[in-house]
Design a protein around this ligand. Structure first.
Ligand SMILES: Nc1ncnc2c1ncn2[C@@H]1O[C@H](COP(=O)(O)OP(=O)(O)OP(=O)(O)O)[C@@H](O)[C@H]1O
Ligand SMILES: [Mg+2]
Length: 216
């Protein structure tokens, strides 16, 4: 489904992705692990088009996406969350979900859109925060809201950066269930995570990164 071919990226003289090669298959849950600075988030940035590699190619469903801008990569089916959230903090939770569900920023939304957005907030246990400003809910709730936005975007391949960081145990179990449901719906998931119990409960294939390389 997603093929990373000889991808190299340097920041100045620092090699951050060092000839990364990997094939991700449909309907599996992959977990990227590895220490701080290993290059995990950078790999997400390259797959989703936010950073361009110095060399190498990325193929999604046999199409070369290496040079496409992020919005086009998203439209062809790759969605992501951000380690640093990137919510519209001055908008409400439901407005963030509506925004993520549409390609047109100022499109008028219908009752059906609104109903779907409430359903998604319910799936991540944020129904009671629908009308709260994203900037005013807790960090854990903001993390859940990034997952709601990802669901609203309805991509096939989901890149999830540290979904359970800052999440309490009961919500962690909900995210375990959510990831299982997404897999049952046929989605492919690549997640970055360090939490051992969460990894055991969700993972199919564990990938280790070190110094910009995939080592197993
Ligand atoms: N925009 C940037 N400019 C310069 N260096 C960067 C940039 N983004 C990342 N780096 C560097 O690239 C390396 C890999 O960073 P990356 O964020 O991919 O690590 P990570 O594996 O996600 O780590 P963490 O577990 O801490 O999130 C680090 O040395 C980081 O400082
Ligand atoms: Mg990171």
């Amino acid at each position: 489904m997603l093929s990373i071919q000889n991808v190299k990226l340097q920041f100045g003289s620092l090699p951050v992705l060092d000839n990364v090669c990997y094939c991700f298959h449909k309907n599996q849950v992959y977990t990227l692990s590895g220490g701080n600075g290993a290059g995990k988030t950078t790999l997400f940035n390259v797959i989703s088009g936010f950073l361009k590699p110095n060399s190498g190619d990325i193929l999604f469903q046999n199409r070369n996406i290496t040079k496409l801008p992020p919005y086009r990569i998203n439209r062809i089916g790759i969605g992501r969350t951000f380690q640093d959230l990137r919510l519209a903090m001055h908008l409400t939770a439901i407005e963030n979900v509506l925004l993520a569900s549409s390609h047109k920023m100022f499109e008028h939304y219908t009752e059906e859109h609104l109903e779907k957005a409430h359903h998604i907030l319910n799936r991540v246990s944020l129904e009671d925060k629908a009308n709260a400003c994203a900037g005013e809910i807790s960090y854990g709730q903001q993390k859940l809201l990034t997952l709601a936005c990802l669901l609203a975007n309805n991509a096939e391949l989901l890149l999830i950066d540290e979904p359970v960081a800052g999440i309490d145990k009961s919500n962690l179990m909900k995210i375990v269930d959510l990831v299982s449901e997404l897999k049952a719906e046929g989605k492919t998931i690549i997640q970055i995570e360090h939490h051992p119990d969460y990894i055991v409960a969700t993972n199919d294939v564990l990938i280790k990164m070190e110094n910009g390389k995939i080592i197993c």
